[in-house]
Design a protein around this ligand. Structure first.
Ligand code: SF4
Ligand code: SF4
Length: 358
């Protein structure tokens, strides 16, 4: 690594190049193609003829020290310690010696790691903190991901395939720390009531001007009588922004919180531009611990996609081809007033073309 430019700082991570397997350092930028070998393995082939095998497995994202120790022991045994996490929290073992490929996959399966996530199926579900950690969660993340992975495990392991890859995501509030806006099918936690205001605590814990300016819709105004703030309920969109600034305005509400389902997003620019996902189900309850309504909704959308899409067509591309009107009739999902964008600046997103398609 001596010839690499050295960073002029003592903060931040060390240069990533030193963590790549030697074969990846040697062939950096010189890879010719890659090929999927099974639901959980693939091989990259370099211009030089060198090969690097990848074995992918699922992770629960919020992981324990024991889980990490288990992964690193396997990486030390089979891949010279080379292991990485993808942006969707899949674990990838980078194997330079082909003779280690099968023993690694066998040991992963024997230790009950779920091997898969490559190709036309689902990969690990990217998700957020949920009730485990975050103050503004409207739903749990880990619980939802667990029930969805249990239900759709066959599409992860490669036992069943789909027309193209399908990315699931879960975000536990509309801050959307998860990749909900750009995933094929996703869950987003929603609040449905304005925050409570605990006037006594506002006085002690919050700064009124910054609390007022935290509201994107201008729903908060001063309440001089209480030395606090008040909310104009019909301007509130339940985003929870004010709660992040003022802890005396809690928004979590077990009776009204729940989730919405969005679909049709993607990051990749293959065949069509990246797309934002759109609302398909405005509200489902937090029916813990199994969220049966959410699992059923995913099954409905996935089945309609599986039956209707062409090979290699992403879910959003299929919807664009058949039309959103047809999507609602094919899935049987009701179209409601919540699907109509009436936000103040909605005009920007309206379809203004004179070309109609039914
Ligand atoms: Fe917290 Fe919302 Fe991010 Fe979930 S999506 S971790 S609730 S800010
Ligand atoms: Fe404003 Fe959002 Fe707070 Fe409602 S929840 S008052 S829209 S910041």
């Amino acid at each position: 690594m001596a010839d690499l430019p050295q960073r002029q700082t003592d903060i931040g991570p060390p240069h990533y190049m030193q963590f790549l397997p030697p074969v990846a350092q040697k062939n950096y930028g010189q890879w010719k193609y890659h090929e999927q070998l099974s639901g959980g393995s693939m091989v990259h082939v370099a211009e030089s003829g060198d090969k690097l095998w990848t074995v992918r497995a699922a992770s629960p994202r919020l992981i324990s020290t024991d889980f990490i120790r288990g992964l690193t022991a396997l990486a030390d045994k089979y891949c010279g310690g080379h292991l990485r996490f993808t942006t969707r929290h899949n674990v990838e073992f980078l194997v330079s010696d082909e003779s280690n490929l099968k023993p690694l996959m066998d040991e992963l399966k024997q230790k009950n790691y779920m091997v898969g996530g490559i190709g036309d199926g689902i990969s690990n579900i990217v998700h957020t903190q949920g009730w485990v950690h975050c103050h503004s969660a409207a739903t749990d993340a880990s619980g939802l991901v667990k029930v969805l992975m249990d239900e759709f495990a066959d599409y992860f392991t490669g036992t069943k395939t789909l027309p193209a890859r399908v990315r699931f995501a879960v975000a536990c509030c509309t801050n959307m720390c998860g990749a909900v806006h750009c995933s094929d099918i996703a869950v987003v936690g929603i609040h449905r009531k304005p925050p409570a205001i605990i006037h006594e605590d506002v006085k002690k814990a919050c700064e009124v001007p910054s609390t007022i300016s935290s509201c994107p819709t201008g729903a908060i105004s001063p309440d001089p009588a209480n030395k606090s703030v008040k909310i104009k309920a019909d301007k509130c969109m339940y985003c929870g922004n004010c709660y992040s600034v003022c802890p005396a305005m809690p928004i979590s509400d077990p009776d009204n919180d729940g989730v919405a389902i969005v679909a049709g997003g993607k990051i990749g620019s293959l065949r069509s531009n990246p797309k934002f996902s759109k609302l398909v189900i405005p509200y489902l309850p937090n029916n813990t611990p199994k969220w049966p309504e959410v699992v059923a909704a995913f099954r409905t959308i996935l089945t309609a996609y599986e039956n209707g899409a062409r090979k290699h067509e992403r879910l959003g591309e299929w919807i664009d081809r058949v039309g959103w009107e047809k999507f609602f009739s094919l899935t049987g999902l009701p179209f409601t007033h919540q699907h109509i964008d009436d936000f103040t600046i909605a005009r920007e997103t309206y379809r203004t073309s004179a070309a109609f398609k039914w």
